[in-house]
Structure formats: C-alpha cells, structure tokens
Design a protein around this ligand. Sequence first.
Ligand SMILES: Cc1cc2nc3c(=O)[nH]c(=O)nc-3n(C[C@H](O)[C@H](O)[C@H](O)COP(=O)(O)O)c2cc1C
Length: 355
Amino acid sequence: MYRFVFTQVLSRFDPEDVHHLTVRGLRLLSVTPVVKKLVHRRLAPRDPALRVQAFGVHFPGPFGLAAGFDKDAGCVEAMSALGFGHVEVGTITAHAQPGNARPRLFRLAGERAIINRMGFNNAGAGAAARALSRVRGVPAIVGVNIGKTKVVPESEAVSDYVASARELAPSADYLVVNVSSPNTPGLRNLQAVELLRPLLKAVKEVADGTPKRTPLLVKIAPDLADEDVDAVADLALELGLDGIIATNTTISREGVASTETGGLSGRPVKARSLEVLRRLRSRVGDRLVLVSVGGVEDVDDVWERLLAGATLVQGYTGLIYHGPLWANRIHRQLARRMRRHGVTDLREIIGRTAS
Ligand SMILES: Cc1cc2nc3c(=O)[nH]c(=O)nc-3n(C[C@H](O)[C@H](O)[C@H](O)COP(=O)(O)O)c2cc1C
C-alpha cells in the first residue's frame, strides 16, 4: 500500500516539501492526546522480549529513529507511537540557523538512498528545550543530538557545543555529540582525537552534572579510516563515554550515479556501516554501548547488527521508502524471530557473531 502511495504520489513532489508536510502531520498527532495514545497502544513495541537496557535507560525495543528526521523535537510522541523504541532529535545547534539553500534533499529511489546537504537547519537549542518540555502523553525515549553552529569558528566549537549541552542535557535520555555530518564546513575535522578530546571532555562535564547524569555518546562518520575508528573508540573508553553511534552519512559515491554533494544514506552505506560496527565491537567489546545506523532496511539488517554487537539500531532513509509502519513491522518481526530461535532476551544475541 505504502509503495503504491510512494511511487504514484509522494515521489512526484519535492522531497523536502513532502518531509515538511509529513512532520506537520506528525506534530498534529503529537498534540492529539486520544489519537496518539490509541496509535501508541496499537503500534509501539510491547513484547517484553524486545526490551533492552543501555546506559541505564530502558528501551521498549532496540530499533529507533536516527537523527535528522525530527530536527526540532516537534514530533517525538508521534514517532514513538508509530513504533520507534527511541527518537533521536536534532541535530540541534546552540543558535537557530536556516541550513543550506534548497534544493538540498535528493531521492535516489533506484538505489534506496538519499543525498542530503541540509546543513543543520533548526530553530536552536532554546526552542528545542521548550519543545522537549512539552513531550508528554505517551512514553518516549529521547536522544538529543547536538552539533556546531555554522557561523561559529572551529576554534570556538567547544563553547558552542557546551551551550547546547547546558540547554538540552537535562531533558535528554541520552546526549550525542555529532562530529560527523558532511554539511557543516570543518565539522568532521573535530573527529581527530586531539580536537575531539577537549570537546568531549567539556560536554561530558555538563552531561555528568545533570540531576540524573545524562549518558553521552559520540556519532562518527563511515568515511573515517579504520585506524581513526580505533582512535575514537579508545578515546571514548578513556573519557568514560557511554557509547558510539556509527555511522552518519557518507561522502563516498560508490555504487550511485548521482554526483550531488552532501551526505549519502540508505542502502549504499549498509556495508561500511556494518564494517565499522564490527571494528568497534572488536576494539571495545561490551565496554561501550554501540548504536548501529546506516542502510538498515528490514528485520534481517537489525538482526545482523544485534549479532555483530549493537545494543541499539537506528534508521532514517528506510522510513522514506518503507513508510510509517516500518518500525512497528521491524519490531513485530524481530519478536517473532526471537521466539523462533528460542531467544527470550536480546542480551542472548547481542554480539554473538562478534570476534
Ligand atoms: C535527510 C537527512 C538528514 C539527516 N540529518 C542528520 C542530522 O541532522 N544529524 C545527524 O547526526 N545525522 C543526520 N542524518 C544521518 C542519519 O541520522 C543516519 O546516520 C544516516 O542517514 C544513515 O542511516 P540511514 O541509512 O538509515 O538513513 C541525516 C540523514 C538524512 C537522510
């Protein structure tokens, strides 16, 4: 049904217009108490076997919505009601900013991929904090992903991230330092450990200072060389971070015809995302929570990521191609597969194929 709507209707319109319209609809759902509760009752994961705990937070299911869809934390309840086990909002920057000029979002339907160069368009940390204070009515686990304001120079990046963290850490179930988006000039340089160490240290101090200590993760790019993946993993352990999210979009254009600039997501990043996950797992074992994202399309992908050592799995591009019931379907099929394999707790399978 969704495939028909996508090919016959949605694909004929500008992707960003469709996105804004969708988010507006989901916002409406988020503020409609009875309907969102009904949808939540019907679609949110409720099988106890799917529950998973990571960094002290209880998730109703392992599959969540990756950052970039709900930039301003406007539809957290709707996405939770639709079946995502957590919603990562953002990327949010300390100051509001418009992002790059349109067009900046491109569908590559044949490749089940997207290229975006949105550039962290968002209403700023203050507005996001206010939006998060209004989240209620259905249970929702919220990750808050923060990034650098474009006009702030790299030399002032730390204080810019710290300003966002101060504003947002108290309302986050976990906080993510995003240093891996390709659409803010210079941002990915911050992945180099000598720049990343002071940044993560400073944000961690803020996260540790909230009343319930907010878990802190860092999100990395698939384009890092293997040794740099190891270096970030070692740094995360050294600083006592809670986890790593791998991966963001890629600047590689391998396997796709489009030459639009920006970050490529979806099926073409699947293999590298899994490779980075395996590398991280072999480096850190179960000492960090690994969140795997990139090219996840179905329950087979989620199963594979869990076996490879991810405690949580995320997706975004798949939502565009598979529609609003995507997360519900994945969780239902995952629960069924667990039963078939005699698995009653996800801890039995997380990292089972890891070396
Ligand atoms: C349109 C779009 C916007 C995105 N914006 C962000 C963002 O603001 N911050 C971020 O950390 N990741 C962002 N991402 C990356 C996703 O969170 C995810 O890491 C990446 O797309 C790979 O997952 P996927 O293949 O399931 O989409 C964005 C992705 C897309 C497609």
